[in-house]
Ligand binder design. Structure first.
Ligand code: 5AD
Ligand code: SF4
Length: 439
């Protein structure tokens, strides 16, 4: 008789990198007889995969942990772990402040999770937040386990050397490291064999990619061109990029590589040169605008996306208006915008804050503009023919939903299986999605 699988509940916060990491953690624990479940009740192990990038992240983790207390009381064998960037940043402090926690594991050490779990089962506390010397990608799958759905993420790069003054990533995720080309190709081929038709290449600084291939070093554009040769892989995307790493070849690939989709997430953070300098971004507003012009020259219909921070220390109304002007000039398809929140240990944390009411007001004004632009970009799709990769059944009977080349959700009444790549004419634009008919 085989033992019943143990139940693993993973709660994921934050970015796509964390979503990907959670899948890898579930795989690693699968080898230990764990099966992933959708709710913490009745679980044998709970893992919080945390994000530290904004707003009181550690406090949220502690309050979430507090919610698990009754579960631990009811089942003393329940093991609770904290993973991700808060684990990296807080380390032992978590074990001190929350004795209920059995293990703490940083993003560089997920391959050690089974061993840490064994330590915890043996009654100890397990902690691993080292930045190991060994290649941290060695544990990533050679042959990923079967996937549901036609889209997948694939990590090609981790960490960041840019040290933007507000950001914890260089501290929690460590220095920039790229995965070797051959590993990525093998994983991509494995995904395609399982029916994946669209791959999004992931990295905190993905366009800084510089992977080894024999004695050569490949940039992201060369990697994309090689991936595009895989039969059955129809679409390639990548995220997130830094303006300073958009090289000529990558810009050109947007024009000449059909499988590279016309959507680019290229955060600028601010439109004020004074603030960009204080943020240590290494580019001006003008550099960014010229860069977008060159990308649009290569791929005129590209939809631009970005991230913005308002209320960075010492941001004046004039600085903020420069951000609004940049947004007007670039014209975005979709954006993320945040109020600055101070991260202990980063250089900006030492500087005087903007009045919070003022920062809130700026965020509202920026978001109103970005929402208008997002809506305009969607409305401009009406009447156009676009590619749609069907992902699943829609909410209404007979309906399917998928993503357009430009990453808009598209609803269609059609009898199509997930994974179908079709042409559709867009007929309608709703607040967060499009409707289309099969061409
Ligand atoms: N405060 C607010 N926003 C931040 N981001 C990163 N750090 C901070 C911070 N301290 C935003 C940036 C980044 C996105 C992932 O999160 O805009 O691009
Ligand atoms: Fe953080 Fe800047 Fe690196 Fe992006 S580029 S991860 S914002 S330090």
């Amino acid at each position: 008789m085989t033992e019943a699988p143990k139940k693993l509940y993973i709660k994921t916060y934050g970015c796509q990198m964390n979503v990907y990491d959670s899948e890898r953690m579930a795989e690693a624990m699968g080898g230990q007889g764990y099966e992933q479940v959708d709710s913490p009740e009745g679980a044998d192990m709970i893992l919080l995969n945390t994000c530290h990038i904004r707003e009181k992240a550690a406090e949220k983790v502690y309050s979430e942990l507090g919610r698990y207390k009754p579960l631990k009381v009811a089942n003393p064998d329940l093991k609770i772990g904290v993973a991700g960037c808060v684990a990296q940043a807080e380390g032992e402090e978590i074990l001190r402040r929350q004795p209920m926690v059995d293990l703490v594991v940083g993003p560089q050490s997920y391959h050690r999770l089974p061993e840490l779990e064994r330590q915890a089962r043996a009654g100890g506390k397990a902690l691993d937040t080292d930045f190991p010397e060994e290649m941290k990608f060695d544990h990533l799958p050679q042959r990923p386990k079967p996937k549901r759905g036609p889209t997948a993420f694939l990590t090609v790069q981790e960490g960041c050397d840019k040290f933007c003054a507000f950001c914890v990533v260089p501290y929690t995720r460590g220095a920039e490291v790229s995965r070797p080309v051959s590993r990525i190709l093998r994983e991509a081929e494995g995904l395609v064999e399982q029916g994946v038709r669209e791959i999004t290449l992931l990295g905190q600084n993905v366009n800084a990619y510089h992977g080894e291939e024999g004695s050569e070093t490949w940039g992201l554009a060369r990697l994309i061109r090689r991936l595009a040769e895989i039969d059955g892989l129809d679409r390639i995307r990548f995220t997130t990029s830094h303006p300073r790493d958009m090289d000529d070849d990558l810009i050109a690939a947007h024009g000449d590589c059909d499988k590279l989709m016309p959507y680019l997430h290229l955060p600028v953070q601010s439109g004020s040169d004074r603030i960009l300098k204080r943020m240590n971004r290494g580019h001006t507003a003008e550099d960014y605008i010229r860069l977008v012009e060159r990308i649009r020259a290569a791929r005129p219909d590209i939809l631009m996306s970005g991230d913005f921070i308002v209320g960075f220390p010492e941001e004046t109304e004039e600085d903020f208006l420069a951000t609004m002007a940049l947004v007007e000039e670039v014209g975005y398809g979709q954006c993320f915008s945040f109020k600055y929140s101070s991260r202990p240990g980063t250089p900006a944390a030492e500087r005087p804050l903007v009045d919070p009411a003022e920062a809130d007001d700026r965020l509202q004004r920026l978001q109103a503009l970005l929402t208008r632009q997002q809506r305009a970009a969607q409305d401009a799709m009406v009447g156009r023919e676009v590619g749609v990769l069907v992902e699943k059944a829609g909410r209404l009977p007979g309906q399917v939903v998928g993503k357009s080349d430009h990453l808009h959700a598209v609803h269609m009444v059609a009898n199509l299986a997930p994974g179908s790549l079709v042409r559709a004419r867009i007929t309608e634009s709703a607040p967060n999605s499009l409707a289309g008919t099969l061409v």
